[in-house]
Structure formats: structure tokens, C-alpha cells
Design a binder for this molecule. Structure first.
Ligand SMILES: Cc1cc2nc3c(=O)[nH]c(=O)nc-3n(C[C@H](O)[C@H](O)[C@H](O)COP(=O)(O)OP(=O)(O)OC[C@H]3O[C@@H](n4cnc5c(N)ncnc54)[C@H](O)[C@@H]3O)c2cc1C
Length: 589
């Protein structure tokens, strides 16, 4: 008997959907409940499962086609046998017991993209091969191990943890904290009645602390791989076909492995400007800037984004004169305008100099350091400035060098970012990609969320990332944190909103700590009161934003935060006050 596959009802306002990749070819055997194809709309993505076991008899709508609700998109022949004997897919990973008592689909669905490769057997064949051991890759590996996938992770760096642990988040934060303590010890303790004299900088010891933290954390990730039975292959991976990867082992020689599924998590690398050569000594990227052997008297930072301002802060606190040159008319251009303006003012108070709307035209090494030439973006007189060190922090690019994507048939977009669908699938259905290499927010926790979602989707579960709830933090002093939308974005989208704002000057704990710079701003929908965004500038903004991200994840309203008891005295009370402010009910000011 032939059973037609129809587009199911997808919600009240949804009339059509786009067909994703089919996981089976016509003639292949299908199991009951197996995911056959995904349907995507701008609101939801759903999977069409096989209503019965049999053979996929025909496909009426191919990937990319727009279909309407109720339209027939294919059929299953219940009595049929596979026209071409289907290659056995990798074993379906066993889903672990759910943490919450949610009903498990019965039977557990097969992996969404059953790959056309031989059953996994032998030391060199895996259910899942992950290329790249950064936050996207290693977190995916942990989840895959938990779900019972036979998993391998390939990393060429020699240590796990990727950009984040080795040359990004962690070393920069170790230096930010250490330099903040140095600054405090020099200038910040007197007002508390703590007299300190003879404060000295031991840069080597500061760097040793950074390296120790990095070493311990990267080893910790290695332990996590062992704990989750993930095979760690130290070397550089490159596709030799859609299911085969050759690894040039760091120890010498090569190893070819077979992958039922592959997850590309090769991250990003620093970008530079045309004609500017980074030598990591005088003209440095962030990687060189976290390892300078001595404090430069002067530092020019090209690019007023997060990384430049964080690392500029480190060296400014340690004694450098820092000048930031930014092409746009404001620093941190994607941030809420009010926060960005205040942030610039506070950094200027700390000694930063800013040249905005200014275009760098060249960097020339000199005996002393390097000369940067620049001119106004709007046109005008060209000028130059010399500094001991120049930090180029103009963004990062997707890193797929040497991966040989062509051999796998994987397509990348115009700027090199790998294109994926809402299930993190590339154009090759059993090859997925997550993290910096697919673009979007270049944040470690974003890469982690995507990795977990991708692996859960591979296991037939419903992994999902709520991009509206992903916070971003700049770890300067004060810190800057945001989640959700900015006022500018909402205005552009024509969404009516209300704001509530509370300054730390009126917060008791901030006053006691003498950390009164900044404010909390909460933005809520004008009609529903649902929280749409939040922006904080303040000493502990990075931790504080988590409460609001949680509220957003739960679809919370400003009133929910306003009615949640907050311990007194804490800086967190400023969040509640800002939430009260959305409704004009601030109590502490
Ligand atoms: C200075 C700095 C500070 C940062 N601070 C923060 C922060 O505070 N918070 C935050 O959230 N984010 C921060 N980031 C961003 C964060 O580091 C990245 O978003 C994150 O590391 C991306 O993770 P990923 O797994 O996608 O890629 P990556 O971490 O870049 O990992 C990719 C890995 O793949 C490996 N690789 C690439 N190609 C191959 C191959 N062919 N074979 C084998 N291995 C390969 C690379 O060696 C690398 O280790 C910072 C970045 C920098 C540079």
C-alpha cells in the first residue's frame, strides 16, 4: 500500500514552508518514525517522519521547493522492498534518560540525516567526526559522547579549547583581572582606607599566571574527552571525500578516518587590513597582544570593537598610552547607542584617546615601533602617529584553510562562512557546521549552544538555540553587557517598546563598593511587556546580564523581574529597579 506524505499543519498563521534535504533517496528502505525531511518556515522548523516502515516510493518536492499545507511531497510504499539495498546507517545513538520527566518519542527517532556510508566498524570509522577542538567542537564532542555516538575530535593546535581557551577569552580575561588588580592596588584602595606603597609590576609573573590558567583549562578539556569516550586525534584534518577525512598527524604520518557524520567547527582567525602585515612583535593581532614581553609606552589599537578595547584596557592599566582608531563614528557599533556613548566617555576618563570616523591607510614599521597613517573617512588631511606597538583588531574571518571543502562538496558563502540551514546542516546533509565558522555572533557560548543543538538534532532530538537570549559581554572596567535587541534595532523594525533605566549611583551596594559608574536599561514590548533586550554598563555587568537572559529564555516580562525578590544590598537590585522603571514604578530613586 502506498502512503502519501503531506505537509502537516504548522500553526495558525503558516500557509507554506520550504523543503529541506531529504534524508533518503527514492528506493531506500525507511523505518517507521524515521525523519525523512525537514520543513522550514520563518517561524518553525519541523520534521516529517515516516508514518510506516517501507520504501521511499517517490519524492514530489525537492530541497528548496516551497510547498503549501496539505500538499503531497512524496510517498512510502509499505509493502515494498528497497530497490537499492540501503547502506546501513551508523547505529542510532542511545538517548540518555531525560533529566526532566518529558515523554520520550517512542521509538527514538533515527538520526535526522542518515548518512550514506557503511556501518561504522573498526578503529578508523566513527558515527561523528568533529573537526576543530574549540568551544563549538569540544562541547559538541561531550554531548555526542553523552548520547552514545562513537566520536572523534581532530585538533591541530596540540591543545584543545580552540581560540577561546588558548588565545582568546581565557588568557585575555586572566590579564584583564590581573591588570585590574594592579590598577586598584596603585590607585583604587586609598579611598577605602587601605594604604599601599611600593606597588610594582612583575609582567613575567602576570604572564605566567595567564599561561598556567590556560594550561590547566586545556588539559581539563582533554580530560572531558576521555570521560566521554571521545577519541582525540592531534593533527590537521582535510576532507578527501564526503565521508573521509585525512589527518596529518602532528606526531608525523597520516590517518584516514571514515565519518558517518562530520561537524565542522574550525572557528575563525584574525583579519587584517590590506597592506598591513602582522609580525606579532610590533604590529600584533590579539594573539601577540596577550603575550607582549614588556609594556609598550604607546599602543595604537586599530578597531574600536570588543577585543581591541579589552586588550587596550589591559595595556592602558599597565602603563601604555592607548589611542584607538575607528573607521565608524562610534566604538562598539553593534551595541545600544546610549551604552556605547557612555562606554567611550568612561574609557576616555581612563586615558584612552579615540580617533573616530578615521580610516587607517597604512602601517609602516620603524626603528622604535610602527607609524600608522590615517585620514578622515569623509576626506581631509592625512596624518600619522607613531607607537611602540600597533594592535590590529578589525575583526575575524571564517577559518577553513586547508580543509578541502570542495572534496566533500560543502559550499561556503561569499565571505568564507560555511552556509548552514536552521539544523546546522551544510548543503551536504550529513555534514554540519557550528561556531565562528558559520558567522553570526563570534562568541564561545554561541558556538557551544550551536554544537549541542546540532548533535541533538543528529540524534533525532529537538536541539534549538534561542539567539535572542545569548548575552554579549565586554570585560573592561566597568563591564558592558547586553542581551536581545537594542533600541535602534527595535525602532528600525517598527516595534513599539518601553524602557526602564536605573543608575548605579542610586544602588546601595555599588555605592559601598565605590563602583557607581553605569546603569541598567531594560527594554520591553510596549503592549505585552515581554522583555526584548537589556543593556548594562557597570562593574559586574557580565554576571548581572544572566538574570535577564534567563527571563528572556522563559519569555518573561519586565513585571516578572520587577516582582522577583532580589537580595539587599546587591547590584542585582538595579536590575529589578530598571524593570520597575519600565512601568514608571522605580522605588529607590
Ligand atoms: C582575544 C579574544 C578574546 C575573546 N574573548 C571572548 C570572550 O570573552 N567571550 C566569548 O564568548 N568569546 C570570546 N572570544 C571569541 C571566542 O574565542 C570564539 O567565538 C570561540 O573560540 C569560537 O569557537 P569555535 O569552536 O567556533 O572556534 P575556535 O575556538 O576558533 O576553534 C576552532 C579550532 O579548530 C582548529 N582547526 C581549524 N582547522 C582545523 C583543521 N583543519 N584540523 C584540525 N583542527 C583545525 C583550530 O586550531 C581551533 O583550535 C574571544 C576571541 C578572541 C580572539
Amino acid at each position: 500500500m502506498t502512503i502519501e506524505l503531506k505537509v502537516p499543519a504548522l500553526g495558525e498563521s503558516i500557509t507554506e514552508a520550504t523543503i529541506g534535504q531529504w534524508s533518503k533517496k527514492v528506493g531506500e528502505a525507511v523505518k517507521k518514525d524515521e525523519v525523512l525531511v525537514s520543513l522550514e518556515t520563518d517561524k518553525v522548523a519541523v520534521e516529517v517522519n515516516a508514518p510506516a516502515a517501507g520504501v521511499l516510493a517517490r519524492i514530489d518536492a525537492k530541497a528548496g521547493d516551497t510547498v503549501t499545507i496539505g500538499q503531497v511531497i512524496g510517498a512510502i510504499d509499505e509493502s515494498g522492498t528497497a530497490a537499492v539495498s540501503a547502506p546501513s546507517a551508523a547505529p542510532v545513538p542511545v538517548a540518555p534518560a531525560p533529566v526532566v520527566a518529558a515523554p520520550l518519542p517512542q521509538p527514538a527517532p533515527a538520526p535526522a540525516a542518515a548518512p550514506a556510508v557503511a556501518a561504522v566498524s573498526g578503529d578508523d570509522a566513527f558515527d561523528l567526526v568533529i573537526i576543530g577542538g574549540g568551544p563549538g567542537g569540544y562541547t559538541s564532542a561531550v554531548r555526542a559522547g553523552q548520547l552514545g555516538f562513537k566520536t572523534a575530535i581532530i585538533e591541530k593546535r596540540g591543545t584543545l579549547g580552540g581560540t577561546c581557551l588558548n588565545v582568546g577569552c581565557i588568557p585575555s580575561k586572566a590579564l584583564l583581572h590581573a591588570s585590574e588588580l594592579y590598577e586598584e592596588a596603585q590607585h583604587g584602595l586609598g579611598k577605602f582606607g587601605v594604604k599601599v606603597s611600593g606597588v610594582e609590576l612583575d609582567l613575567d609573573a602576570m604572564m605566567a599566571h595567564k599561561s598556567k590558567v590556560v594550561g590547566e583549562l586545556t588539559k581539563g578539556v582533554e580530560f572531558l574527552m576521555k570521560k566521554n569516550k571521545v577519541t582525540y586525534i592531534v593533527g590537521t584534518g582535510r576532507f578527501t571525500g564526503p565521508e573521509t577525512i585525512e589527518v596529518s598527524l602532528n606526531a608525523g604520518g597520516t590517518r584516514t578516518i571514515k565519518a558517518a557524520r562530520t561537524l565542522i567547527a574550525t572557528g575563525s582567525d584574525v583579519s587584517t587590513l590590506p597592506g598591513i602585515k602582522i609580525d606579532e612583535k610590533t604590529v600584533v593581532s590579539s594573539t601577540g597582544a596577550i603575550a607582549l614581553p614588556k609594556v609598550p609606552k604607546s599602543l595604537i589599537v586599530i578597531g574600536g570593537g570588543v577585543i581591541g578595547l579589552e586588550l587596550g584596557s589591559v595595556w592602558s592599566r599597565l602603563g601604555s598610552k592607548v589611542t584607538v582608531i575607528e573607521f565608524l563614528d562610534r566604538i562598539t557599533p553593534n551595541m545600544d547607542g546610549e551604552v556605547s556613548k557612555n562606554f567611550q566617555r568612561l574609557l576616555a576618563k581612563q586615558g584612552f584617546e579615540f580617533l573616530l570616523s578615521t580610516k587607517v591607510t597604512g602601517v609602516t614599521p620603524t626603528k622604535k615601533g610602527a607609524t600608522v597613517t590615517f585620514e578622515p573617512v569623509a576626506g581631509g588631511e592625512a596624518k600619522s602617529l607613531e607607537a611602540d606597538v600597533v594592535l590590529v583588531s578589525v575583526g575575524r574571518r571564517a577559518y577553513t584553510d586547508g580543509l578541502n571543502l570542495a572534496a566533500a562538496g560543502v559550499e561556503a558563502g561569499p565571505r568564507g562562512f560555511i552556509t548552514v540551514d536552521s539544523h546546522y546542516r551544510t548543503n551536504v546533509p550529513h555534514i554540519y557546521a557550528v561556531g565562528d565558522v558559520i558567522g553570526g555572533l563570534m562568541l564561545a557560548h554561541k558556538a557551544e549552544e550551536e554544537g549541542v543543538a546540532a548533535v541533538e538534532i543528529m540524534a533525532g532530538q529537538h536541539g534549538h538555540v534561542n539567539y535572542d537570549a545569548i548575552p554579549g559581554v565586554i570585560y573592561t572596567m566597568p563591564e558592558v553587557a547586553n542581551v536581545g535587541r537594542t533600541e535602534e534595532e527595535l525602532t528600525a523594525a517598527g516595534i513599539a517598546y518601553k524602557t526602564g533605566k536605573f543608575p548605579f549611583t542610586a544602588n546601595a551596594r555599588a555605592k559601598a563598593n565605590a563602583q557607581t559608574e553605569g546603569f541598567v536599561k531594560i527594554i520591553a514590548d510596549a503592549t505585552t511587556d515581554r522583555i526584548l533586550g537589556a543593556h548594562i554598563i557597570g562593574a559586574d555587568a557580565g554576571n548581572m546580564i544572566a538574570e535577564i537572559a534567563t527571563a528572556i529564555e522563559f519569555g518573561g516580562a519586565a513585571e516578572d523581574l520587577a516582582r522577583t525578590p532580589h537580595a539587599h544590598p546587591t547590584e542585582m537590585e538595579a536590575v529589578r529597579e530598571a524593570a520597575l522603571g519600565v512601568d514608571g514604578r522605580i522605588r529607590q530613586m
